[in-house]
Design a protein around this ligand. Structure first.
Ligand code: NAG
Ligand code: NAG
Length: 315
């Protein structure tokens, strides 16, 4: 080696070779994944030399797209059979889902998170961000993205409680959180107050309604009966999921069920004055996406700007 370096010409050659290697390595890292076919992207994300080096991937494994709920639960739920699910991702709400992932799920390393999505064309984006997703087949009459309480919203909101029912029937506990919910602490610690004999824990909407935006359910016979009732009532209801949930609750349609209402200063709704003190914050009471984003930004709970996303991308 030293003999080689004694000749300046050979020294120059070695330097050139090193520089070329370095350049090749840099350009490989920067190869945009959009230039690759999907099959190759999947390999790059999950292969032995995965370039996806954020801590969530290292702790929670590479994401996958599931088309079957049972398999998704078997692979994603925790050992004590708990799954955390998001609201259904659609349209511009993809940004809220990305925020939920980068702001809450990844830093808290919630490996038992599962997002769900019905629109095929958004799946690639979720995979670039290593979000485990369940693709559901739905046949909606209303194809547009719905604002709160619109016909489209009401129709789609019902998928959420039908999903809870399906998960419970498979024997898993489920915490479901709307996309505009930010976890400031581990959300499973928040629902511990549900206690041993409790069937369901739910957020208090402070307006005499319970809020299904943050909802924990155990697979007990009473909960299963409760969601069975809800799914039956939802068929004919033109209202949204939450109105049906509250109706079944208030009319005591499943006697003896133990529903724990979470304290409002822990699981906060949007009207709460000091969101920073909450363990969970729900940006509700805002009908449109822009005001939701504004309130989240205002409280330092927004991490889905292009710079944040860029840093998080798996290439
Ligand atoms: C699915 O998402 C794509 C891209 O965001 C959008 O153009 C399309 O309209 C969506 N389809 C439905 C059925 O919502
Ligand atoms: C829900 O919140 C309201 C307003 O803070 C409170 O008056 C009510 O008692 C709470 N309901 C339950 C069941 O905790």
């Amino acid at each position: 080696m030293l003999g080689l370096l004694r000749s300046p010409m050979k020294y120059l050659l070695l330097l050139t070779w090193l520089a070329a290697m370095l350049l090749t390595m840099i350009s490989m890292r920067q190869l945009p994944s959009s230039n690759l076919p999907n099959s190759a992207k999947a390999f790059i994300r999950s292969g032995p030399n995965s370039l996806c080096d954020n801590a969530y991937v290292q702790t929670c494994r590479s994401s996958r797209v599931y088309t079957d709920l049972k398999t998704a639960l078997e692979e994603r739920a925790s050992d004590d059979k708990v799954i955390i699910m998001s609201g259904m991702i659609e349209g511009e709400y993809l940004d809220l889902a990305i925020n939920q992932h980068i702001r809450s799920v990844a830093p808290l390393k919630l490996c038992n998170m599962l997002y769900f999505i019905s629109n095929e064309s958004m799946i690639d984006r979720t995979q670039e961000l290593n979000m485990p997703v369940l693709k559901v087949n739905t046949d909606f009459k209303n194809n547009e993205v719905g604002d709160f309480a619109s016909a489209a919203f009401n129709e789609k909101s019902k998928v959420k409680l039908a999903m809870v029912y399906a998960v419970l029937q498979l024997g898993y506990k489920i915490l479901i959180a709307d996309l505009d919910v930010v976890f400031l602490k581990n959300p499973l610690d928040v629902v511990k107050s549900c206690g041993k004999d409790c069937d369901i824990a739910v957020q208090n909407n402070t307006n005499k309604q319970l809020n299904t935006g943050f909802l924990y359910s155990k697979p007990t016979p009473k909960s299963i009966a409760f969601y069975k009732k809800i799914t039956e009532k939802m068929v004919d209801s033109k209202g949204h999921d939450q109105s049906v949930f509250n109706m079944v609750y208030k009319r005591n349609m499943v006697p003896g069920i133990n529903i724990h209402v979470l304290p409002v200063d822990v699981a906060c709704v949007g009207s709460f004055a000091e969101p920073r003190k909450c363990h969970v914050f729900h940006a509700n009471f805002k009908k449109l996406l822009a005001p939701k984003i504004r309130i989240l930004k205002q409280h330092g709970m927004w991490k889905a700007d292009s710079r944040d996303v860029e840093e998080f991308l798996c290439r």
